[in-house]
Ligand binder design. Sequence first.
Ligand SMILES: [Zn+2]
Length: 55
Amino acid sequence: MKDTLLSILVLVGILFVSAVITNWFARTMYNRCGSCGTLNAKRRTHCRSCGKEIS
Ligand SMILES: [Zn+2]
């Protein structure tokens, strides 16, 4: 029973860490458009979906 609990904890920990890394990566590499919510590469100055300028 203790082993099961431990493996669940490890699994939750791995999922949490990968979620944090994915989130960090997305925030580092992409900008989210303020008006339509589309993810745009950092080098873009205007949204690829609606053409609005990204600050
Ligand atoms: Zn947009």
